[in-house]
Design a protein. Sequence first.
Lengths: 197, 536
Amino acid sequence: MEHRDDMGAKLGMWVFIFTEILLFGGLFLVYAVMRGRYSADFHSAAHHLNAFIGTINTLVLLVSSATVAMSITAVQKGDKRLAVVLLFLTLVCAAVFMVNKYFEWGHKFQIGLYPGSDLMLTMNHGQVMFFSLYFFMTGLHMFHLVVGGIILTIAMIKVNRGTINSTRYVLLENGGLYWHLVDLIWIFLFPLLYLIT
Amino acid sequence: MTEEKTHHPEPSYLVNTGKYKGLMSWLTSTDHKRIGIMYMYAMMVFFIVGVLLGEIMRLELFRPGQQFYGPQTYNGLFTIHGIIMIFTVVIPGLAAVFGNFSMPIMIGAKDVAFPRLNLFSFYLYILGAGIALTSQFLGNGPPDTGWTFYAPYSIQTHTNVVAAVFGAFVLGFSSILTGLNFIVTMHRMRAPGMTFFKMPLFPWSLYATAWIQVLATPIVGITLLMVVAERWFRIGFFDPSLGGDPVLYQHLFWIYSHPAVYIMILPAMGVITEIIPTFAQRKVFGYKAIAVSSLAIALVGYFVWAHHMYTSGMSPTARWIFSLLTFLVAVPSAIKVFNWVTTMYRGSIDLKPPFLFALGFIFLFMIGGMTGLTLGALATNVHVHDTAYVVAHFHYIVFGGVGFAFFAAIHYWYPKMFGRMYNFKRANWAFGFLFIGFNLLYFPQFIIGIQGMPRRYFDYLPQFTLGMQLSFFGGILLLIGIILMLTNLFSKKGAKAPDNPWGGRTYEWTIPSPPPLENFEVMPVMGPDETPYDYK
């Protein structure tokens, strides 16, 4: 006697996604207030970000969202091999994103630009706000990316074992939903941080 | 009928059937009833600690000047009193205890939608409370900011604010997951035939509560993380000496913390809505109005937060809009009160302890609500802002409202929870002490507040001595009432409880006391002409 309700599980994930959006919503609100107040500083500070790497990362995440969606369809059609390959590609995209971020963050740390650094103390307050929000928002986003990656790794193993299959795949679907959330948040972060120059 | 019902083949949920015995069988249980009971015991411990901290404050305030300890200790005391009472007692409060225990049964379900997630919420609750309490013993001493953690002081003080703030963050996460679980449960697991408007009203109030938990809590979560980041990295979101904006902090904080008041009070209203028709032996008056008013409170309550900030620096337009919305949110609350009173009209009232506590709730909640309007009005607010008047107002809501509803709920569902009755006479005595003690404790605070006594002050002018001393004696009576109530409920086993001791009309009274592990032997189905209050 097992209770199973895939619709319920998905509803739960949607509700959770609402809370995640509001979690970031608080940061977007602070961003809006601070950018309204220090728009010139935000403009000049954003020059320090590398829009090229940002664009690459955006493309990488968009592709990963596509591959995870395709993997769900593959599972629904019963093509286990293809599903595993697509999930693996998704995880590769996640890794590429993280590596790019590592270099971006690493570069900023190298030149002494990080929260609480001496360089930060000499900057205008608006610029400090910009970089603080940059680290806070992209940091929180990366944390979500790692969590999403772990969920999808588990899903991939389960697809391979056959415990996720064409008759039960709600874990993969929920993992996919979460992954789209991670993607969606980045779609907002990218223009707000990189493209305001 | 009743003769037959006393013999049940299925063991009750209190009997251990899993692989563990004793305490472990509780700590690993995903049964919603056991989780509800665990929340109740944990909350009782925190409540008693919070009460004792309050009494220690009253002791210091017995006379003007310093008596037993200094102002820094006093600041620490009111901070931890607030953190414990708000974040670990009244916010999870009735939803975590009685929502878990009763709601699935009332909608005809075996459990909540995600039983393991439910247990995880409980552990997050314990973890968060634990982290918040470590702030007292680790770091540079207990936090002294008040439970509101207002910037810039929460950024500048050397006390251990980070632990307290992070504890509140984890507790918020627990609250979100409980809300999520309840939303899905009520959407997916109602008995066949039970449409939303055939759901009993306590689940309705939990539904409205759950949406606030899910949509408001993340805002304070991220705000508290920003406070931590600001303390570590001197960022300057909120601290003006670093270029930040303290009013921004207040907005973000109250965007959650005002709706949190409705997280506390909505389930309390739901419980009262179940108790009053049962003991007035009438159908509840205005079912739909009560159900919809819960949602209306949740919705409007989301947009009134800045009425905490009239004196903080806001545009006059913003102030009158928030004042208007504050008055509007009083309307659905008043609708509920009218419905309760109308339900009693021409009822055949059976004055048992749960009903007595419910009456106490209505009386105290009315005073709390009306004085809330004094504070919500712009002109009067300026005079009583941050005075003892505010302290009295929110204790009337949070203790007189939520607390008394909690006591009413314990006395109402106790026979169902444990299959035992309690002594009515002692319960009535406890109510007497609690009710008189409560009013004696908090009513003088209204008066000295209007006369100018600020809140959170360690010392006071001699003219407030009488009020403070009345409060002290009220506190003693209240403490006696709490001890009487708890010993009556938990010190010895009462007589065996029948399945339906009160003549309740919802599903939980059709099953054995205490309920079997999976609640129903035959899953209930609601017929097309039935209403939620047809089961006796």
